[in-house]
Design a protein around this ligand. Structure first.
Ligand code: HPA
Length: 276
């Protein structure tokens, strides 16, 4: 990944050949959540294979294309599918899409994922607004030489998930009568799900949900001076003393079941975060 800047220039040029819009908000759709963009007015759907340097998604249920268009009146670039660290990609590759959204001109990114519930008050199918995170992936996209034109060497993480935006989103959720949890996401590298002892540990260190994505993207987004909103769809209950076996297929099915509620929330939120 030497010379990220020139790689991004090439990727942007490939997109600009087919689409000339000015996206304001970038959105990343996670596991089981690919249909959230069903009502997006898509001008161009560009497979990642047609964007130079964009890594290919190999995870189940990830479409692997960039949707360019308008959603609820907001010019958007939507990553329909992401790549994960557990697929064998480097942290730089995992966060390339975020760098690209920034290079396309977005000011805010909305990240979505499927995650396991650790907080015993939360339930399978709930939506959690991410308030903060713990990075337990053992790696960071910022390790290595820092390109000062992209961001600071030591980015401040004290308001990584914009408190102002979260306040607005809580209000929208109340108006829409959508139950919205809020909490801390811990990121692990996976791909094995956690043992009971690991879930107990993750809860003890202060996490409300656990997932295998999003956190590296948020680190890169904050480094890029993007505003961040994150939603976790809680697909399984990771309560160590009552743990049930769960499969990837069940995780995807639960995310798909609750996707319409997250879609309704997102569509109510989008116009509000655009005009900030
Ligand atoms: N652990 C990690 N990632 C996950 C889980 C989990 O239990 N559920 C959905 N994504």
């Amino acid at each position: 990944m030497e010379n990220l800047r020139s790689m991004l220039d090439e990727s942007v040029a490939a997109i600009r050949r087919v689409w000339n819009g000015s996206p304001r908000v970038g959105i990343v759709l996670g596991t089981g959540l690919q249909s959230l963009a069903d009502r997006c007015q898509v001008d161009v759907a560009l497979p990642y294979t047609e964007i130079p340097y964009m890594p290919r998604s190999t995870a189940p249920s990830h479409r692997g294309r960039l949707l360019l268009g308008t959603w609820c009146g907001v010019p958007v670039a939507v990553m329909q599918g992401r790549v994960h660290y557990y697929e064998g990609y480097s942290m730089q590759q995992v966060t390339y899409g975020i760098r690209l959204l920034k290079a396309l001109g977005v000011h805010t990114v909305v990240l979505t994922n499927a995650a396991g519930a650790l907080n015993p008050l939360f339930r399978r199918g709930d939506i959690m607004l991410i308030a903060d995170h713990i990075n337990l992936m053992g790696d960071s996209p910022l390790i290595g030489p820092n390109d000062d034109t992209l961001g600071d060497r030591f980015p401040d993480m004290s308001d990584a998930y914009s408190a102002a935006l979260r306040q607005q989103i809580r209000t929208v959720a109340l108006e829409q009568r959508i139950l919205l949890r809020e909490g801390v996401l811990v990121a692990v590298h996976g791909p094995a799900l956690e043992t009971r002892a690991e879930y107990r540990f993750l809860r003890a260190i202060g996490a409300d949900a656990v997932g295998m994505s999003t956190v590296p993207e948020v680190i890169a987004a904050v480094h890029s001076k993007l505003r961040v909103v994150g939603f976790s769809l809680l697909t399984d209950e990771c309560f160590p003393d009552a743990l049930q076996p769960v499969s990837a297929a069940e995780i995807i099915a639960t995310a798909q079941e609750s996707a319409p509620t997250l879609q309704r929330l997102l569509e109510a939120v989008l116009p509000k975060i655009e005009c900030q």
